[in-house]
Design a protein around this ligand. Sequence first.
Ligand SMILES: [Zn+2]
Length: 116
Amino acid sequence: MFLSSHELNSPLVILPKLSELPMRCFSCGSTNQSQIKNLYGYDVCDSCEQTLNLYKDHTIRKHIASYEKKREAVPEGPTYAQEVDYRVEVMEEVYIRRRLKLLHIQSRLKELGKED
Ligand SMILES: [Zn+2]
């Protein structure tokens, strides 16, 4: 039986808006809304945020100074900010590659399970 064009244009399931979904800590799964904040696109609770050991500004300034000192020998090299941008990009690619590998295994396991 064919769906009418009206049906095809209407979602089968009405999902809540993203802004209405309760936040869930990416690390421990806590949904205690008063203790969860969004950090650069990831929901994280107060106690898990502490375990991230995010750098304080004075530490970042120290890193910039020591990076810039080494860069004096290679002035054409990337700045500290460019180096950080590059690392974020590379990390994302590595993450996707590893995830694809695992998703492939997961999918093959389902397929191989059917043969038993
Ligand atoms: Zn947490």
